[in-house]
Design a protein around this ligand. Structure first.
Ligand SMILES: NC(=O)c1ccc[n+]([C@@H]2O[C@H](COP(=O)([O-])OP(=O)(O)OC[C@H]3O[C@@H](n4cnc5c(N)ncnc54)[C@H](O)[C@@H]3O)[C@@H](O)[C@H]2O)c1
Length: 438
């Protein structure tokens, strides 16, 4: 029996995508959207654009595209608003990032030049290795939040966008643990009034976004919306939120390989991961405080997937090391090396070596697109608060307090697609499959 479909408002009109941080990821995403619109590129890596979804029985042969199955904004319906501490427009910033080839950027140059970032809310304490001057000044954190709210509302009025979503694509901020000021919305608002040092710029954008009823996703590992205060605000305003930290590159590979090792009950002695990266993100992560935020996000993945509490003989004592080295000649083309020491039958050791020559922002851009379109869908389907079904996109998925996150990429994909089936009143797919043999 199918479930009743959920009421979803149509994706009519325009969708404004708000991006704090106009760096490599944002410009690769924006340039890509414009190139794809013009038929000059293909949205490879995007589930909303290229993915399909099986419905009903395997014998039914019903496998529509995701974009035809749920109502999503089309690429031609998107507008952009950005903020950055550097005043460069999206064309200049894309040239600096060096990800998309100059000849391709020329094809969408006017569109990119028209995207000029608003001055940023910035605090050097949270990002030490960047010196940008394109910043807001204000009487305090409350005033800065009000200025971001005004930016959002003026963009809403000036653009024809009738719906908005915000995706944090700014730099990784220094490590911060949730404290008293994040414990409730009232405490957070007092903190804004008192300029509490534990309120970071990303939290100010997130607060402004949620106050404006705008869904928020966090592409970096910062705490940002992963606090009781922001969860409360998202619930109050009936707005969807999700995070943290786009799952690309090495961690993507980890969450593909580790579930396979566990499925075959192969043990693990150690997993050594190292990277070289030369973009501005790499420069920011060269600061130990910013790297600590990233490290926490990268390290948790294996523990959760492997469950040493259930499999002590296999996973009790493995060593897990992760490092990132800032190496300017590589630019955005990260190279990652993994050495995986695995253990088989009778305890015999084996090794897997992985050398991933990836392009960081090429992997991240389709995630920004999918998150924007799915968060907008969630909003139109009246889904509020933490959107765990979007864990598929994150290294550190945000979950309900006390619930461990699901890191296995294949379980995450199943959860995402079953959520879409549920929204449309289709049977969930369990892969039990008894009906083919009864
Ligand atoms: N590329 C990937 O594969 C990937 C994966 C996971 C997470 N991320 C995260 O995504 C974020 C963006 O990555 P990127 O490669 O585009 O980095 P980037 O350094 O090229 O871009 C970040 C931009 O944010 C700006 N910025 C910093 N603080 C800001 C603030 N408070 N307000 C507005 N702008 C601010 C910087 O000036 C910079 O232009 C980083 O936090 C990164 O860690 C990227």
């Amino acid at each position: 029996m199918s479930e009743p479909a959920v009421d979803i408002a149509p994706a009519d009109g325009r969708l404004g995508i708000l991006l704090p941080g106009l760096g490599a990821v944002s410009t690769t995403f924006i340039a890509g959207v414009h190139l794809i619109r013009k038929g000059l590129g293909t949205p490879i890596g995007s589930l909303t654009q290229m993915g399909t979804i099986r419905l009903g029985r395997r014998t039914d042969d019903r496998v529509p595209f995701v974009r035809d199955f749920v109502p999503l904004a089309g690429l031609g319906q998107i507008d952009f608003l950005t903020w950055d501490i550097f005043p460069d427009d999206a064309y200049q910033s894309a040239r600096r990032a060096g990800v998309v080839a100059p000849e391709l950027l020329e094809q969408v140059r006017p569109e990119l030049e028209s995207i000029v970032p608003r001055p940023a809310v910035f605090d050097d304490r949270f990002v030490k290795n960047l010196q940008g001057t394109h910043r807001k000044s204000g009487a305090g954190k409350r005033d800065l939040a009000d200025q971001v709210i005004r930016d959002i509302e003026s963009f809403r009025a000036e653009s024809a966008a009738n719906r908005l979503v915000m995706i944090w694509c700014g730099s990784t901020e220094s490590y911060l643990e949730a404290g008293a000021v994040h414990a409730s919305l009232a405490a957070f608002e007092r903190g804004l009034d008192n300029d509490d040092p534990n309120i970071s710029p990303s939290m100010i954008y997130a607060y402004a976004s949620l106050q404006c009823g705008v869904p928020f996703a966090n592409g970096a590992p910062n705490l940002t919306v992963d606090t009781p205060a922001m969860i409360e605000l998202a619930d109050d305003r009936r707005v969807p939120i999700c995070g943290k930290d786009f799952k690309t590159g090495q961690t993507l590979m980890k969450t593909i390989i580790a579930p396979g090792l566990k499925a075959r009950l192969l043990g693990l002695d150690g997993w050594f991961s190292t990277n070289i990266l030369g973009n501005r993100d790499g420069e920011v992560l060269d600061d130990p405080e910013s790297f600590r935020t990233k490290e926490e996000s990268k390290l948790s993945v294996l523990d959760v997937i492997l469950r040493k509490d259930l499999y002590p003989e296999l996973y009790e004592d493995y060593t897990h090391k992760v490092s990132i080295h800032y190496y300017p000649p590589r630019g955005d083309n990260k190279e990652g090396w993994d050495n995986i020491d695995v253990v088989g039958w009778l305890g015999y050791p084996m090794q897997i070596k992985l050398n991933f020559l990836c392009r960081d922002s090429i992997l991240a851009a389709p995630l920004v697109l999918d998150l924007a379109l799915f968060l907008d869908l969630a909003q139109r389907a009246s889904m509020k608060g933490i959107q765990e079904w979007l864990s598929f996109y994150f290294k550190s998925p945000q979950t309900a307090p006390g619930l461990y996150p699901e890191h296995d990429l294949f379980i995450q994909l199943m959860k995402l697609k079953n959520t879409l089936r549920h929204l449309r009143g289709e049977d969930l797919i369990t892969h039990l499959g008894r009906e083919y043999y009864d």
